[in-house]
Design a binder for this molecule. Structure first.
Ligand SMILES: [Zn+2]
Length: 485
């Protein structure tokens, strides 16, 4: 029996495991079998490989070809195993004999029927897993060499076609020993500037304070007053991501199939799902192994829910766990997948379903009952976690004209936010919470001297106007006021 062995990576969430791909050519009826919990995309690998092999002038072995992927208990999904399977088959048939330095090399990529190598999802976390497992070389689709090279200490070869893979495996390509260079971090295309938002002084302040303390924010007011404009500018006010945060955010983008051509993500991400989004689109989903949703794409950044009351109640309900724990745990038939989801939530809502209630000149057509139901959709557990609520009023054109050009830019405000964040870090030094927003109520009540005007808090609690959680919010906002002045 002839054997060929190569390696690839299986991803569950952002965690990669080295998968050994073994191919055995044996006697028996000529057919190809894949074993080791493959999904349908992986099962179709044999059809893609059989078609692609003709483009290097070879034919698929007319024997019993058994392809085994181990560890067998790990569910394997996706088409990125194609190249590793093909390399193992070519090794078993004796068409290639990889040099010693390439044995144990991790191979990732999908084959097209005409022998081209296609890009696949999850290159960054897969190469990170290869690096952790001690691999020295990886072979990836040529289009994704830059992404693979974000991982230091590993040599990367890019192949655009099956013929190039054969050439690399025969050791005839000098591309492989090139040193892995971590490219310079490139800033994403310019983010929208806060200086473009005229007027709305109070709401601008609310956004700045939210950025300073990491607080969730609720913006409400009629359409066109600038709720979306302000939410879009919040990520620009947040500090740059640290090295570990940057790797996590980039790995999530990679798993979602979003490109990393310009290097690691270094700015806080922004995710704004439409209100018709399903629960799976919002928090993640999938049939066998779950993929990340909008909450994970907003990890270390901002999740903006425009027209929040229009979201399905089940979708809003699904936000509670990530808001509480900073992660999403998705149980599927073959694996439990965990994705990080620690985001800053910005909710926006109109005053009524038609949106015209506070607009002058246009009559609101909503029944009082409909308005009440609309407002109630956001009440309770979600709003309980939102520290800042801000009402935006329509601005008059003359005020807008006067205010235009005189507004502070993102750069100026971000500097103040950074100072506030540094003060918080010093104050919370040694504690597990990075921002004031994350500090739990019991700690606030135990450790903080009660603010001036505490009698007023007492009165409000006695009258039922303020809940225990409401008192916590007041204390938490006071912490941020102390840091941000
Ligand atoms: Zn209305």
């Amino acid at each position: 029996m002839k054997l060929g062995v190569t390696r690839s990576v299986g991803l569950v969430g952002l965690d990669g495991t080295i998968v050994e791909v073994e191919v055995a050519l044996g006697s028996g009826l000529p057919r190809t079998v894949i074993v080791g919990l493959p999904d349908s995309a992986l099962n179709e690998a044999r059809e893609r490989c059989r078609a692609a092999i003709a483009h290097v002038g070879l034919t698929w072995p007319s024997q019993l070809v058994t392809i085994s992927l181990s560890p067998a208990a790990l569910p394997k999904s996706g088409s990125h195993y194609d190249l590793a399977i093909m390399a193992a088959v070519l090794t078993a048939t004796g068409h290639v004999s990889p040099p010693a330095r390439l044995r144990g090399c991790v191979i990732l990529g999908e084959l097209a029927l005409d022998g081209r190598v296609r890009a696949v999802r999850g290159i960054l976390p897969s190469v990170l897993a290869a690096q952790k497992a001690g691999c020295r070389h990886v072979i990836v689709p040529a289009a994704q060499v830059a992404e693979a090279r974000l991982v230091s200490g590993i040599k990367v070869a890019g192949v655009a076609t099956l013929s190039e893979l054969v050439a690399v495996l025969r050791g005839g390509v000098a591309a492989l020993p090139t040193p892995a260079v971590v490219p310079d971090v490139v800033d994403p295309p310019s983010t929208p500037d806060l200086g473009d938002v005229a007027g709305q002084v109070e709401a601008r302040w609310a956004v700045e304070v939210a950025a300073a303390g990491g607080h969730h924010l609720y913006l409400h007011g009629p359409p066109g007053v600038g709720k979306t404009l302000l939410a879009e500018r919040l990520p620009g006010l947040l500090p740059r991501l640290g090295q570990a945060e940057s790797l996590e955010v980039s790995a999530i983008r990679s798993v979602c199939g979003l490109g990393l051509e310009s290097g690691l993500v270094t700015r806080a991400p922004y995710s704004a799902p439409h209100h018709s989004a399903s629960v799976a689109a919002l928090v993640g989903g999938g049939s066998r192994v779950a993929s990340p949703g909008a909450v994970s794409l907003a990890h270390h950044g901002v999740l903006f829910l425009d027209e929040a009351p229009e979201f399905r109640p089940t979708a809003l309900e699904a936000l509670r766990t990530p808001l509480e724990s900073g992660q999403v745990v998705l149980l599927r038939s073959q694996a439990q997948t965990t994705y990080p989801a620690r985001f800053q939530l910005v909710l926006a809502a109109n005053p009524c379903p038609c949106g015209m209630r506070e607009s002058s000149g246009i009559e609101c057509t909503c029944a009082p009952m409909a308005i009440r139901r609309y407002k109630e959709r956001l009440s309770g557990p979600i709003l309980d976690r939102v520290d800042i609520s801000c009402h935006l009023k329509p601005m008059t054109q003359s005020y807008l004209r006067a205010a235009r050009g005189a507004m502070e830019s993102t750069r100026v405000v971000a500097e103040r936010v950074l100072v506030a964040r540094e003060r918080q870090r010093a104050r919370l030094g040694g504690l597990p919470w990075p921002t004031n927003a994350a500090v739990p109520g019991p700690w606030l009540r135990r450790e903080l001297p009660l603010p001036v005007g505490v009698e007023m808090l007492d009165t409000h609690v006695a009258k039922g106007l303020l809940s225990a959680r409401g008192v916590d919010k007041v204390l938490r906002m006071r912490c941020t006021r102390d840091c941000h002045s």
